[in-house]
Ligand binder design. Structure first.
Ligand SMILES: Nc1nc2c(ncn2[C@@H]2O[C@H](COP(=O)(O)OP(=O)(O)OP(=O)(O)O)[C@@H](O)[C@H]2O)c(=O)[nH]1
Ligand SMILES: [Mg+2]
Length: 401
């Protein structure tokens, strides 16, 4: 699973990326700072099951701090776009090609209206975040439409001559969007279009069709960034007018809090609603001032918004669940005695075989059954895993691992 950061040029995508991954890619107050996509790892924040089981865990790949578990997921920072990107303007299709790989998108918007449509800095409050938001999504839709439109006549002809179902021809052409035939058929139905007269679809029909397909295959959460700037008030309400579940955030303040945490000036976990200053640390007046700014933001918004946005993408858009595999269902350990060693993010309808597959292909090959650590009941191959399940996989091949 991969989350992608998209948005107009110069809205703070790379700052969001750095704040969420602890990496340090280039940021700058001008458009097209990022040219090639950056890849990193961020984390979902959940309440760990260690408290429920009253165990002291020792995770390996994920992280548990005082009962708060951080589970890794890949995050991609993508080049910015400007109006006309689907026709190649700015960095054009490069951006769109990268966006295609993501399973869900975080659309970063400059809520402070401090940049024009092409990402150039302007007096804060004079930009138009609502317009930006609309054009970015339209560019995505137009790009899908251009991929399909280029070959529409050919696809329709092939599907009637060679009796390939049209939905199949479409899903094959849009393979990067990971959209299935059923979704395509249901979208055609929702729009009152028909497969029978696909040759007659207007350009507008095709665009509407692509808009729906894109929304289904690349769900989006809006990150109303730069919400720390005074000019963000109006921008935020305009954004929320269009998308009421947009989340206000300040990537810059999240970055600041993480750096202060690394320097041991404060105690703070990503997603926290407050932080504690370590009075023994040496903190300059300027640093205290910056921390005060962050605190004011947390009091007003409840958090910096960065973790909330990542969690929304993982749990609301992708509807992933958290599952803890163990080798000993009594002690909840792996073979080395690590307690609750791992937590995995899996699609909601996953089975124990899917979990085994994620751990090791061999484990899945010899799958016999799984054991639920809570009930100690056996779970079959077709059991649908639930959020926070702790399971042992019993496999004929497990001893070879
Ligand atoms: N005040 C404030 N400034 C921010 C915030 N996030 C980013 N910025 C500033 O916005 C400018 C652009 O940041 P980047 O992260 O480079 O933006 P980008 O969207 O990656 O830009 P491109 O790669 O050029 O598309 C920089 O000057 C950042 O310091 C924020 O939350 N608050
Ligand atoms: Mg960038």
């Amino acid at each position: 699973m991969l989350l992608g950061l998209i948005g107009k040029a110069n809205v703070g995508k790379s700052t969001f990326f750095n704040s969420a991954t602890d990496l340090n890619v280039q940021c700058g107050n001008y458009p097209f700072t990022t040219i090639s996509a950056n890849m990193g790892v961020t984390y979902a924040r959940v309440e760990c099951v260690c408290r429920e089981f009253s165990v002291q865990d020792s995770p390996i790949h994920s992280l548990c701090i005082d009962g708060v578990r951080f589970i890794p997921i890949k995050l991609m920072d993508i080049a910015g776009l400007i109006p006309g990107a689907s026709k190649g303007k700015g960095l054009g299709n490069k951006f769109l090609d990268d966006a295609r790989q993501a399973d869900a998108l975080i659309h970063v918007v400059d809520a402070a209206a401090s940049t024009d449509a092409e990402g150039r800095p302007v007096t804060p409050g004079t930009g138009d975040p609502a317009f930006d938001m609309q054009f970015v999504e339209e560019e995505l839709d137009r790009w899908v439409a251009s991929v399909l439109g280029r070959e529409w006549g050919k696809l329709v002809r092939e599907s009637s001559n060679q009796s390939i179902k049209l939905e199949h021809a479409i899903s094959a052409r849009l393979s990067g969007l990971s959209i299935n035939d059923t979704q395509i058929v249901s979208t055609i139905g929702e729009l009152g279009l028909s497969v029978g007269n696909a040759a007659e679809w207007s350009e507008q029909d095709l665009l509407k069709f692509c808009e729906r397909l894109r929304a289904k295959s690349k769900p989006i959460v809006i990150a109303a960034n730069k919400a720390d700037l005074p000019s963000a008030g109006i921008g935020l309400s305009n954004i929320r007018h269009m998308r009421e579940n947009a989340i206000a955030c300040s990537s810059e303040l999240e970055l600041l809090l993480r750096r202060a945490t690394r320097l041991k000036m404060i105690e703070y976990l990503p997603g926290d609603s407050s932080f504690k200053i370590n009075e023994a640390a040496t903190i300059s007046t300027q640093q205290r001032h910056a921390l005060h700014r962050a605190n004011t933001f947390l009091v007003e918004y409840g958090s910096t918004g960065v973790q909330k946005i990542i969690n929304k993408a993982i749990f609301d858009l992708l509807k992933l669940i958290v599952v803890y595999p163990v080798e000993d269902e009594i002690k909840l350990t792996d073979r080395r005695g690590n307690v609750l060693p791992d937590a995995h993010l899996l699609p909601a309808s996953s089975t124990p075989i899917d979990l085994a597959e994620k751990i090791h292909a061999d484990l899945a090959k010899g799958f016999m059954y799984a054991i639920d650590a809570r009930s100690k009941m056996r779970l079959g191959a077709d059991y649908k895993l639930k959020n926070n399940d702790v399971v042992k996989i019993v496999s004929a091949t497990s001893s070879r691992r």
